[in-house]
Ligand binder design. Structure first.
Ligand code: PEP
Ligand code: MN
Length: 328
C-alpha cells in the first residue's frame, strides 16, 4: 500500500499517526528530497484505506487490488444456526472422528453437550489414506448424528468428502466441513458454496495461508454463508507429533485478517495427552474456538483412537478450556 502526502503535510505527524495505527512505513522522497509518500509493509496491521484517509496530511491511499476481496470484506463472525463463531464467547466442537454406531454417537453427544460444547462433530464420509480403512457409514451415520445432536441441543458439523455427497450432507449439517485433503478441490468448493451454508475450511497439510484464503474466496464467491478457517496442523519435518500446529497462522488470521479461525489440536498432535496444551495455545493465539475428538471407548475406535479424549478426560479438558476462556 502506498500513502501519498498532501503538499503541506507535517510528515512527522503523519508518520506518528500511521505507526500508532499499527503500520510499518518507509518514507519515499521526491526529486526535492521531500517525503512525498509512505510505503506500507504488507506485514502491517490491516487498516482500511478510509480510516487512513482521515489522518490530516494524507492525500490518497493506493491499495493493490486484493486477490481475495470477498474474504477481506467478510465479517469476523459466522452464524451457525444461532451459534456465533468469532464473537466474544469461545465455541467448542467435539465428537468422534467417525460416527460408528447409533449408540456411540448418542453417548458421545450427551457427553459433549453436558460438558458445554455447542457443536457435535463426526464423520459419515471419511477421508482415509488407505482404501482398506473404515470409510464411514454414509447416510445412516448422518441420520444418527442429526438425531443425537437434536436430542442434546447441539449443531452438526460434518465433512462432505466429494461432490456427490454435498446435497446429502447439506440436508443434515448446520456447518459443512471441507477436509484438509480437499482444500483445493475447486469443484467441491464450488458445489459446497452453492448450498449457501456456512463452511468450516480445514487448511491443507502443505497450503500457504494465501492458498487457504483463496479457497475461502471460492466458497464465498459461490454462495457460502460464511467461512470458518480451521488450523489442524501442517506437515513438518518431524513426526514426533502427527502434524505441526501453525499458531502463527492462527494469530495472523485472527488479528490481521480479522477472520474466524478455530484450532484442531487432535489432528495436529495425534495424541490425547497433548490436546489440552495446544488447545490453550490456540485460544491464546486468537482462535475463536476449538475442535476436539472424543470417543466413548477410544480403544475400540475405528479411526484416530490415540488422539480421542476419553469421556472423563474430555470433561477435564472442557473445564480447563472454559476456565481459561472466562479469564481471557
Ligand atoms: C476430520 O476432522 O475428521 C479430518 C479428517 O480432519 P483433516 O481433514 O484435518 O485430516
Ligand atoms: Mn480424525
Amino acid at each position: 500500500m502506498i500513502i501519498q502526502l498532501a503538499p503541506d503535510a507535517d510528515t512527522d505527524q503523519v508518520k506518528r499517526a500511521l505507526v500508532a495505527a499499527g503500520l510499518w512505513v518507509t518514507a519515499l522522497h521526491d526529486g526535492n528530497r521531500r517525503v512525498s509518500h509512505f510505503s506500507v509493509s504488507s506485514a502491517s496491521a490491516a487498516v482500511a484505506a478510509a480510516t487512513l484517509m482521515c489522518i490530516p496530511g494524507v492525500a490518497s491511499v493506493v491499495a493493490p487490488a486484493s486477490v481475495h476481496p470477498r474474504v477481506d470484506a467478510s465479517p469476523a463472525t459466522v452464524n451457525v444456526r444461532g451459534v456465533e463463531v468469532g464473537g466474544r464467547a469461545k465455541v467448542f466442537m467435539a465428537g468422534p472422528c467417525a460416527v460408528e454406531s447409533e449408540a456411540q454417537i448418542d453417548a458421545v453427544a450427551a457427553r459433549v453437550a453436558q460438558c458445554g460444547a455447542q457443536l457435535l462433530r463426526g464423520g459419515a464420509f471419511k477421508p482415509r489414506s488407505s482404501p482398506y480403512a473404515f470409510q464411514g457409514h454414509g447416510e445412516v451415520a448422518l441420520r444418527w448424528m442429526r438425531r443425537a445432536a437434536e436430542a442434546n441441543g447441539l449443531r452438526v458439523v460434518t465433512e462432505a468428502l466429494g461432490e456427490a455427497d454435498v446435497a446429502l450432507v447439506a440436508e443434515y449439517a448446520d456447518l459443512i466441513q471441507v477436509g484438509s485433503r480437499n482444500m483445493q478441490n475447486f469443484s467441491l468448493l464450488k458445489a459446497i458454496g452453492r448450498t449457501g451454508r456456512p463452511v468450516m475450511l480445514k487448511r491443507a497439510m502443505s497450503a500457504t495461508v494465501e492458498e487457504w484464503l483463496l479457497a475461502g474466496e471460492y466458497l464465498l464467491e459461490h454462495g457460502a454463508a460464511g467461512v470458518i478457517y480451521c488450523e489442524r496442523g501442517i506437515r513438518g519435518f518431524d513426526n514426533a507429533t502427527r502434524n505441526l500446529l501453525d499458531l502463527g497462522a492462527v494469530a495472523l488470521l485472527a488479528h490481521v485478517h480479522h477472520l474466524p479461525v478455530v484450532v484442531d489440536p487432535s489432528h495436529a498432535t495425534g495424541r490425547r495427552d497433548l490436546v489440552l496444551p495446544l488447545a490453550r495455545a490456540g485460544l491464546a493465539a486468537g482462535a475463536a474456538g476449538v475442535m476436539l475428538e472424543t470417543h466413548d471407548d477410544p480403544g475400540r475406535a475405528l479411526s484416530d483412537g490415540p488422539q480421542a479424549l476419553l469421556p472423563a478426560e474430555f470433561g477435564t479438558v472442557m473445564t480447563a478450556l472454559h476456565a481459561g476462556a472466562a479469564e481471557a
